[in-house]
Design a protein around this ligand. Structure first.
Ligand code: C2E
Ligand code: MG
Ligand code: MG
Ligand code: MG
Length: 279
């Protein structure tokens, strides 16, 4: 009996693993053609100035609407794209589309906002990344001060000097730089100062725990205080409740983003949000 049970267990797990490998394989195969087939589109999530409640920027979030597989969330396709370097052409398309779109909004006469774009380390490591960004800005005509690049915190030490140079060039162009998901990685204060960073985005796992978990609540207020000392702006991600918002306001957090204000929106809904917010 015992033997039989073990046997079925092994089968159960290996079948799951097989399915997992299979679906990764199918995803990757389709991902190769997604760009050429125009299967990506962008959503925009408003970022609000907590004091004035005005929208100051929007984060670009990439969506893959696969004709074969349906809508695939970024947590499923971004890691695959990073593994096989498809993130380089995809990321370039995202940057260009975000800049083009922001310039179009400005040309419509709406109060200018900054567009924030998530950039993978793989992109940053390309020798021509700064040139690529520069070309995109020239082609789209967007003023660099309205572009922000979001980087996740985990910057490998082996590459640090190259990254420092790239970030300082980008900053020199007038582009804003922020550290995404702050608190989940391992960057040191000393590193932050060398990285020409303008902004920290507090990871939503901490924001979610405001007034729920004492440690995480204190982590939020400590990150805000630290950002103030370092003269960095600070954004809280994943704000869902008024309770969280009040805490952030009392602790002088500059900006906020989350379902409480708005979910990520398609471009038509976003423009409505912009128009209503600037009234
Ligand atoms: P992120 O950059 O930290 O983006 C914020 C994520 O939190 C988004 O998930 C957003 O929809 C979600 N979010 C915003 N407000 C709330 C809230 O109040 N509650 C909750 N529960 N979630 C909230 P999304 O769109 O699924 O994106 C996930 C991640 O995928 C992003 O995390 C980013 O790391 C990555 N990603 C998305 N687009 C791109 C891209 O174009 N390039 C790269 N390299 N990564 C991307
Ligand atoms: Mg982000
Ligand atoms: Mg984040
Ligand atoms: Mg994230």
């Amino acid at each position: 009996k015992a033997k039989e049970n073990t046997g079925s267990h092994i089968e159960f797990f290996s079948q799951n693993l097989n399915e997992k490998i299979n679906s990764q394989f199918v995803l990757e195969n389709n991902l190769w053609f997604a760009l050429d087939n125009d299967e990506f589109y962008l959503e925009y999530q408003p970022i609000i100035d907590i004091e004035s409640t005005k929208i100051v920027s929007a984060e670009t979030l990439t969506r893959w609407q696969s004709k074969k597989l349906g809508l695939i969330p970024p947590y499923k396709f971004i890691p695959i794209a990073e593994e096989n370097n498809l993130i380089i052409p995809i990321g370039k398309w995202v940057l260009k589309e975000a800049c083009r779109q922001n310039k179009e909004w400005q040309d419509m006469g709406i109060a200018p906002i900054t567009i924030a774009v998530n950039v993978s380390l793989k992109q940053l490591e390309q020798d021509d990344f700064v040139d690529t960004v520069n070309e995109i800005l020239e082609e789209t005509g967007l003023d660099p001060k309205y572009l922000e690049i979001e980087l996740t915190e985990s910057i490998p030490v082996e590459n640090i000097s190259h990254i420092i140079n790239v970030l300082s060039s980008l900053s020199g162009l007038g582009i804003k730089l922020s550290i995404d998901d702050f608190g989940t990685g391992y960057s040191s204060l000393g590193q932050l100062k060398k990285l020409s960073i303008d902004k920290l985005k507090i990871d939503k796992s901490f924001v979610n725990d405001i007034n729920v978990d004492t440690d995480n609540t204190q982590i939020v207020s400590t990150i805000i205080a630290m950002a103030n000392i370092l003269k960095l702006q600070v954004v809280a991600e994943g704000i869902e409740t008024n309770n969280q918002l009040s805490f952030l306001k009392e602790n002088h957090c500059d900006m906020g983003q989350g379902f409480l204000f708005s979910r990520p929106l398609g471009k038509d809904s976003f423009i409505e949000f912009l128009k209503n917010n600037s009234k």
